[in-house]
Write a protein that binds this ligand. Sequence first.
Ligand SMILES: NC(=O)c1ccc[n+]([C@@H]2O[C@H](COP(=O)([O-])OP(=O)(O)OC[C@H]3O[C@@H](n4cnc5c(N)ncnc54)[C@H](O)[C@@H]3O)[C@@H](O)[C@H]2O)c1
Length: 400
Amino acid sequence: MASDRRDFVKTAVAGALTPLFVPRSAWGANDRIAYGLIGTGNRGGGLNKSFQKVGAQCAALCDVYQPYLAAAQKDSPAGVKTYVNSDELIAQPGLDCIVIATPDHQHLPMLFKALDAGKDVYLEKPLSLSLEQSARMISAVRKRKQVVQVGMQRRSMGFIRQAKKMIEDGAIGKISVVKAIWNWHFALPLDTSPLAGELDWNRFLGAASPRPLEPLRFRWWRGFCDYSGGNMTDQGTHLMDVVQWMTNSGPPHSAVCKGRITNAPGVEVPNVFTAVFEYPEFLATWTLDYRSTYDHDWSIRFQGEEATMVLDRKGLRLFKDAGLSKTPWAQKVSAEPVLDIPETDAPEAHQQNFLDCIRTRQEPNCPVEIAAAAVAGPHMANLSYKEERQVRYERIVQNS
Ligand SMILES: NC(=O)c1ccc[n+]([C@@H]2O[C@H](COP(=O)([O-])OP(=O)(O)OC[C@H]3O[C@@H](n4cnc5c(N)ncnc54)[C@H](O)[C@@H]3O)[C@@H](O)[C@H]2O)c1
């Protein structure tokens, strides 16, 4: 490795490692944290296993769809209490915290009820259905002393925390453009056939517009504006959070978005789109294409004048910039990274952080303010897509 490259890498990684956990030895021997889980589907089922893996006790489960509840029960200790009504779960004595993994339209009401009951809360992302909801949720959390962790797990990933330190230390220089991408060739579950098991449809709807049961809306609620901000906020909240975290930015000043619904009959939200976000010092694009496996999965590319940093499911890679040139067409630019840090994190780090904070009463890695800022741009991009106009953050906040 040439010496300037070696120095560059040394500076880039200096001090980048920070401890993520409160050591287990600092805890009491038998004080297991008891949780109640609301929403035992795809994510909730996974969280149930993760929380048990890091030592928490599953004491209650709630779901409006019987087959998911039964599956989660199998992964839980014998005697776990089960509910269809989340109010009853929240009222169960002995729960230290509530884990909420329901569709997005239930996040605000369930968070509020859990807070009113005095519980700490692990709430899945995206935080809210709108900027206005985000503001109400921050205000409700800050009126109390409870610990609330939002489920944006990249906040607890070691290689992303290393990236943060490296960027702060100047590893990539001034950033001009950030590109966030999510590519999957996704066979969406657009199935309208009757559901196999019993569903309490009215509880699923909650405060959303009443309507007769539509199995497609249950299977792919992300496709409908009553229940979510679509793929835009679903994946965008994860990636735009990392963009804003790495660049010390709040929500973007403005957003524009174009999208299309491609080979996805029956849904309301685009599965192919690009949003452009304007930040004071750089531009960011957020592109989702659920019709392609090219450059598969998520990635974020920070293009700086000293180097470009790529973060993705594989880890962190740094590409040194070849520098200014009067003849860029003749420039030799290496495609080899000068640094490659593989992703080796425990998948439960974010849940572990929540449990640690329940004990220490410290702020968790992803508090509500961060989650609100992360989803702000995607909410603005959704408005831009629907209303075919540029959306400015200050105007919406002033008008809400
Ligand atoms: N952090 C992550 O990486 C990640 C990954 C996937 C999903 N999520 C989030 O987790 C949440 C759930 O997503 P999913 O993919 O598991 O969806 P899902 O449809 O598989 O599961 C949602 C569950 O909530 C249940 N539910 C709906 N209304 C309910 C109510 N009123 N009371 C009790 N249960 C109710 C449904 O029956 C279903 O079992 C979403 O907010 C999603 O954004 C986060």
